[in-house]
Design a binder for this molecule. Structure first.
Ligand code: GDP
Ligand code: MG
Length: 449
């Protein structure tokens, strides 16, 4: 997963809180030290780390636990809360509100503009928009071939002309035709640094095209240096948001994300791989939920909508939110998951699965396990699927004989179901509000299942 190391350290830190016998100042100091260590390792700026942990410490020491929450739960809640604030608090979704909606990508060489352009084209195509790419990189020799390639991958129209050496000219040539599309993704040229001629070029293109979104693409591997870059681009080109690319390949992504958040440029997407589907809308609440192993239902449903019918996904979502959840849902969830992509990207979104803390090698075994669980479920009666609580030892024996799956595996399936159900219950009505979420938990912590 993205920021795996940071996630592991944070989960361990919270586990420590969850397992401690009582909360005192010593424990809180230890928590602060652990958090600092984890965040500094992810290249988060030292000053920011100290500000954040000081806030957490003061709140943990001075705030009363809200009614219904134990002190331990309150502390975990505070950590979640402050990390969400740290990453920009609210989600800044791009709303496609006019036609054509123009999204322009700017940034330095190799930051991932062209790749992200293709990912965005696919993203909006999947959501039913008619999308085209506009290739305005007149700087790099092979840029036009690359964008053609990317366009093929996303299965969209590409407007570009390698004979024209002026970005505005290319735009003028295709403007009329391009205006027929719902969404235009405009790729521009980069430089090694934000040079004067790059600023001039972007300004000119900006004035001519008047994009609805002017998005800076930043590579996560520059860590906290992202702050300066985002601020510079913001000052000279008026960016409206950021895509942080290459979150998959670096431990420094935490630095890049927090740096963008303090620069005031909202993060709209993150790139999580080289492939065309490796793009995610950025949502601080869901992101932190996942990093802490609490799941991210919204992202899961978003993904589900891409592969199963919208109504089905919404129905599943509604049942989730109502806290109705049985083995059939778990089965359907697993079915949908097999269509949605690699398990490694999905487990962390499912409440209760994120804490499994599965090492990469184990995910493979996990895929095998899901297959076995599905076979076992075929030997459940309808009643058992609807109400798995009635499945006692003798029923487990019967199911085992019928399906050829060992009783231990069936017990594990039931345990996983209970874990998922517990997490789903917490989400009931909470809509991501962690304090309500914690209350629903009824005194039990979401860690250490
Ligand atoms: P540009 O110069 O800004 O247009 O950058 P490109 O789109 O050409 O990307 C530069 C390199 O980064 C390419 O090799 C891409 O495959 C790679 N890249 C872009 N985004 C990601 C990402 O999210 N993850 C990974 N691992 N690689 C990426
Ligand atoms: Mg490029």
């Amino acid at each position: 997963m993205v920021l795996e190391k940071l996630s592991d350290s944070l989960k361990n830190t919270l586990q420590k809180i969850a397992k401690s016998l009582f909360v005192d100042e010593k424990l809180i100091n230890e928590l602060v030290k652990d958090l600092q260590r984890a965040l500094l390792q992810a290249d988060v700026n030292v000053k920011l780390v100290f500000e954040l942990t000081e806030k957490i410490k003061q709140r943990a020491l001075n705030e009363e636990a809200p009614k219904g929450l134990t002190k331990k739960e309150q502390i975990i809640n505070i950590v979640y809360d402050e990390l969400v604030n740290f990453l920009g608090k609210e989600q800044h979704k791009i709303e496609i509100h006019q036609k054509p909606f123009k999204i322009m990508l700017v940034g330095l060489f190799g930051s991932g503009k062209t790749t992200s352009a293709g990912k965005l084209a696919k993203f909006y195509t999947k959501r039913g928009f008619k999308v085209a790419l506009v290739g305005l990189d007149v700087h790099r020799p092979a840029a036009m071939e690359q964008i053609e390639q990317v366009g093929k991958g996303a299965n969209v129209m590409v407007f570009s002309d390698k004979k024209i050496k002026d970005a505005v000219e290319i735009w003028e040539k295709y403007e009329k035709e391009a205006n027929d599309f719902d969404v235009l993704i405009i790729d521009t040229s980069g430089r090694d640094a934000l040079s004067k001629d790059l600023v001039l070029e972007i300004e000119e293109v900006n004035r001519k095209i008047q994009p609805n979104e002017n998005i800076l693409v930043i590579s996560a591997d520059i860590g906290q240096a992202a702050q300066k870059q985002a601020e510079q681009f913001h000052k000279s080109c008026g960016i409206t948001g950021v895509i942080v690319s290459k979150m998959d390949g670096t431990a420094r992504g935490g630095g890049a994300l927090t740096a963008c958040a303090v620069s005031g440029a909202p993060i709209k997407f993150i790139g999580i791989g080289e492939k065309i589907d490796d793009l995610e809308q950025f949502n601080p609440q869901g992101f932190v939920g996942r990093i802490l192993g609490m799941g991210d239902l919204e992202a899961l449903l978003e993904k589900a909508k891409e592969v199963i019918k919208v109504e089905e996904a919404e129905d599943l979502g509604k049942r989730f939110l109502k806290g109705e959840f049985n083995l059939i849902d778990l089965y359907e969830q697993m079915e949908a998951m097999s269509k949605m992509g690699p398990l490694s990207q999905l487990v962390e979104m499912i409440p209760g699965f994120g804490q499994l803390k599965l090492p990469k090698e184990m995910l493979q075994t996990q895929e095998g396990k899901l297959k076995k669980w599905k076979i076992a479920m075929n030997s459940f009666t309808k009643k058992e699927l609807e109400d798995p609580e009635i499945v006692d030892s003798s029923r487990i024996e019967r199911i085992s004989k019928g399906s050829g799956i060992q009783t231990s595996e069936i017990r594990e399936l039931l345990k996983q179901y209970r874990q998922s159900k517990k997490m789903v219950r917490m989400f009931k009505g909470s809509k991501g509000d962690m304090s309500k979420f914690m209350k629903k938990f009824g005194g039990r912590l979401p860690m250490g299942g």
